[in-house]
Design a protein around this ligand. Structure first.
Ligand SMILES: Nc1ncnc2c1ncn2[C@@H]1O[C@H](COP(=O)(O)OP(=O)(O)OP(=O)(O)O)[C@@H](O)[C@H]1O
Ligand SMILES: [Mg+2]
Length: 301
């Protein structure tokens, strides 16, 4: 056996160790029972995702509590975005992806025949890395969802038949922009094109748009990674505020950010495994798994 082989074996043996000397399986059992108190908003069991023959997520189990921020961290390619997309079945749109396992949102299985995907994505909204407002006015961006779902109708025909939601729409637009900490910056230009906003403002607009359909869960995939430090700080503050009302699940490459804003942290590592999940303080200060400790202290990843 060559030296290189021995080193790789040693590394594997070491990777299977935990900082407290327990086996990986023992650690896994412990965090799988990790109790944050209360009912989970999202409950995931035995979740596997394949892209063709590529096994991208391996047997993930994870309960996510309501009214809190859960951070997903881990090296590039470990499956964070794949996992996030499972929570509102966005992977259904990727031809090569096959998903099996169970995901319950608010106690209801989303991977079953008859799940209404439009309703699901209303309940479980998503914000992406690059802000993607529609090339429409700020107002239209917010009102788009509620109009599409028929919650708001300001059309001429409806008005002729006596339904006029224009006032309600004004209120909703204001409320969502306030909740996304954007109102003060755009109140006097609601009819301007959203593409004229700065990147940070566009991202907060996308968050406001997601809030407009009254979701339970907000999924965010590196929502601040394209922004400067000031815009990032605003998004971080906003995420913490949103957690008073929503279940926020956020992927981030920035470990300080995860430590600052999240209540729970889940660490995915190469190979599509959820290696450890628990209170953010515990994960960053005293992780059970040696692999997680190495990742957090920058020894790999
Ligand atoms: N649409 C796709 N088709 C085929 N393979 C994919 C697809 N999306 C992701 N994968 C593969 O699945 C694995 C996990 O990818 P994913 O994008 O979930 O990782 P990630 O943790 O979000 O990475 P990053 O931090 O770079 O965003 C990778 O090996 C990736 O190549
Ligand atoms: Mg990703």
């Amino acid at each position: 056996m060559s030296n290189a082989d021995t080193t790789t074996q040693d590394q594997h043996a070491q990777a299977a160790q935990t900082t407290t000397g327990e086996t990986v399986e023992e650690v896994r059992d412990e965090w799988a029972d990790y109790d944050f108190g209360g009912e989970p908003m999202v409950s995931v069991e035995g979740l596997n995702v394949h892209y063709g023959s590529d096994h991208a997520l391996k047997g993930v189990a994870m309960d996510i509590p309501d009214e809190s921020v859960t951070a997903l961290i881990g090296p590039s390619g470990c499956g964070k975005s794949t996992y996030l997309r499972c929570l509102n079945r966005m992977n259904d749109r990727i031809k090569a992806a096959s998903v099996d396992g169970s995901v319950e949102v608010g106690g209801e299985e989303i991977y079953q025949d008859g799940t209404n995907l439009v309703e699901l994505r209303k309940r479980v909204g998503m914000v992406f890395q690059a802000p993607n407002p529609f090339p429409k006015s700020i107002r239209d961006n917010i009102a788009y969802g509620p109009r599409k779902h028929g919650d708001i109708d300001t059309g001429l025909v409806s008005r002729l038949f006596g339904r006029d939601d224009r006032e309600r729409e004004d209120e909703l637009v204001e409320q969502c922009l306030r909740d996304a900490a954007l109102w003060d910056e755009v109140a006097d230009r609601l009819d301007d094109n959203a593409l004229g906003l700065s990147g940070g403002q566009q991202q907060r607009l996308c968050i406001a748009r997601a809030l407009a359909v009254d979701p339970d869960v907000l999924l965010m995939d590196e929502p601040a990674s394209a922004l400067d430090p000031i815009a990032t700080a605003k998004i971080e503050d906003l995420i913490e505020e949103l957690a008073e009302e929503y279940t926020v699940v956020v992927v981030t490459h920035n470990m300080q950010q995860a430590a600052r804003i999240s209540d729970q942290t889940a660490v995915f590592l190469t190979g599509g495994e959820l290696v450890e999940y628990g209170d953010t303080d515990q994960i960053f200060e005293n992780p059970e798994s040696q692999r997680v400790e190495d990742y957090i202290t920058g020894k790999f990843g």
